[in-house]
Design a protein around this ligand. Sequence first.
Ligand SMILES: Nc1ncnc2c1ncn2[C@@H]1O[C@H](COP(=O)(O)OP(=O)(O)OP(=O)(O)O)[C@@H](O)[C@H]1O
Ligand SMILES: [Zn+2]
Length: 759
Amino acid sequence: MPPDSSQSDLFGAPQGAAGPDARVEAGAEEGAEFFPEGTPIAVLTTQPLDRLLDYRAPAGGCWIGAFLEVPLGPRAVLGVVWGPGTGSFDRARLRPASRVLEAAPLRAEMREFLGRAADYTLTPMPAMLRLASRAPDLGAPPAARRVYRLGEGTPPRMTEAREKVLAVLEEYGGLAFQLSELAQMAGTGTSVVKGLVKAGAVLEEEAPRDMPFPRLDPSAAPKALTESQQAGADRLRAAVAARRYSTTLLRGVTGSGKTEVYLEAVAECLAQGRQALVLLPEIALTGEFVGRVEARFGARPAEWHSGVTQTERRRTWHMVAAGGAELVVGARSALFLPYRDLGLIVVDEEHDTSYKQEEGVLYNARDMAVLRASIAGAQVVLASATPSLESWVNAEAGKYARIDLTDRFGPAVLPRMEALDLRGEDMPAGRWVSEPLARAVEGRLARGEQSLLFLNRRGYAPVTICRACGHQIGCDTCDARMVEHRFLKRLMCHQCGETKPIPAACPACEVEGKLAPVGPGVERLAEEATARFPRARVAVLSSDLFGSARALKAEIAAIAAGAADIVIGTQLVAKGHNFPKLTLVGVIDADLGLQGSDLRAAERTFQLMRQVAGRAGRAEAPGTALLQTFQPEHPVIRAILTGDEEGFWAAEAAERRAAGVPPFGRMAGIVLSSPDVQEVFDLGNALARRDGPLRRIGAQVFGPAPAPIARVRGRHRVRLLVKAERSAPLQAALAEWVAQVKRPANLRLAIDIDPQSFL
Ligand SMILES: Nc1ncnc2c1ncn2[C@@H]1O[C@H](COP(=O)(O)OP(=O)(O)OP(=O)(O)O)[C@@H](O)[C@H]1O
Ligand SMILES: [Zn+2]
């Protein structure tokens, strides 16, 4: 019963469960428990302990859910009042909590969410609390403080350090920074900033901390919707107005106006006086989205992602809790903000793999959104042109409502899709753009339209091989090949990020001048395009080429405005961008994702190809997508070309059902890692032998086997896979199972419920 197959029944609240009461008094919710000074309280801290700690309520007493500072040994640590004292500690010796922090207490809804998310993902509670308290300077009082922003003046003397500070300020537009934050981001000392203040190039202001965000006006500037958009919007509005939990899959072809439709749900939520959250899979998409919110509601929303300053993050966290932020646009971690009254969560591009957090707490934001909404009595909208199979199955089963938008907005039509059979093409070495694709690009150049060449491979070449001895250059600490990045003039390991210069001689045979790149990455493709279309302006969009999220957003805006003729991109460009002048999408290697044994290989390829093709022809001029492939008869390629989505999903669902894999069965991945290869195998074997707790629920364990990437950062990795029936109580069995073995100190064990990646 993975949440991605059946979130609603797993996570309790059936569709229609009532939400919590929204009234708030004195920072605590209605009916909240109060602990007078000196009463024993149980505190959840962010420290890696497996239990609650007892303290006495501090001076002035505290509400349940209140953030506290408590003494722990010689230190003061962050904690939250979780309930009355557990009594597990001698009452006479209880220490008092130091103080209550100036942050709104965590509400019952949020505490329940953290607890259930912890149970589901088998994450210790302290780690969940860390996710929920990621506001810089959480406990500092809301006093005025000094902030720094870009001024008008130019300093009489420019130094390298001064330039760095100004560059950071410019990059973040009008945003305010704190002194140390600005100096740190610029890599300079604070005196440089002060010098710029004297020169008038930087403004120093007293600003009240954590101001509420400007009000959004739900009826500011609604767009006239088409009939089918209106019908969808009406249904979403009704669902939001019901103020009860339910989930709707909003499935609309690329360019159909899904965003316009769910913005109506946001409008209804604002009109209800409740808060809305829109999750986007990629920070680079927030720029365009925030602009659309401003156009529709007359002001900008709060943002929560790695591209906002610490000052803004703090403000968002506190204003979300106080009700001073009506709409949050953010990355998956925005789900763990302390909303005062959450009425709507939109998960845009819900199929996107980046919703799965693959490090630290392993959770799928799409599934956690459903969990959170079911507790808060909120509506969930899952929007996608190519939904995940999980969501499609849930809609088929009637667990989710479903709205379909089948046509593009306005005169735009869906792109024509065609395969370019590479078996018949004579491709010279070092060339990846076939003749027919090149001719199509020429046609666009002649008409002043844009082309996109899509290749899901970063860097210049995936492999560097020695032509004298056949040696391939690998990473020193990972079992992975180093990828040449020519812009950086270095080789890079995509596992650990380590780089090294490209050697002149082969490290194995020491012959010089024989190292050669093999295969294409986007940088090499750009080289080919520049040579082939010398007059075209070529832009490369790949996540590693931009120093910051802002720089990437700026480049995307420039491309949308027509600043490039040929765009070369990785999967970054497939996600929801609007490039009105783009009429041709050329997929360099449509077969790339079909290799490998990943359970979701077919689904992912289907989604990615349909999404990337969907970038073409979004305005008046019709679009074409050309897919270079060696296997045009492959069922997945055929489904992509015909666009028979329902047929594809039905076939894919049937296959997974037969194999008993998600969403029809449950899986958990276990990754053991250690610098000591023997230790990981020993522990893996011990787990495999002692599978009693799993067998009792009818689950099977496979492995241990070396992970496909068997070593990362010097740690050897071994995987086990557990498969169970949908209804099996998997988490409890897993917890019991792994508790049987003793872990050597240096061995890490990570449990991934509903794994998306099998590396
Ligand atoms: N009713 C409308 N009135 C005016 N413009 C609209 C309307 N509906 C859609 N559009 C415009 O059509 C374009 C595509 O809409 P939108 O971005 O909402 O589509 P989408 O379904 O979210 O696309 P994708 O899945 O490809 O990201 C946008 O530029 C949007 O402003
Ligand atoms: Zn490495």
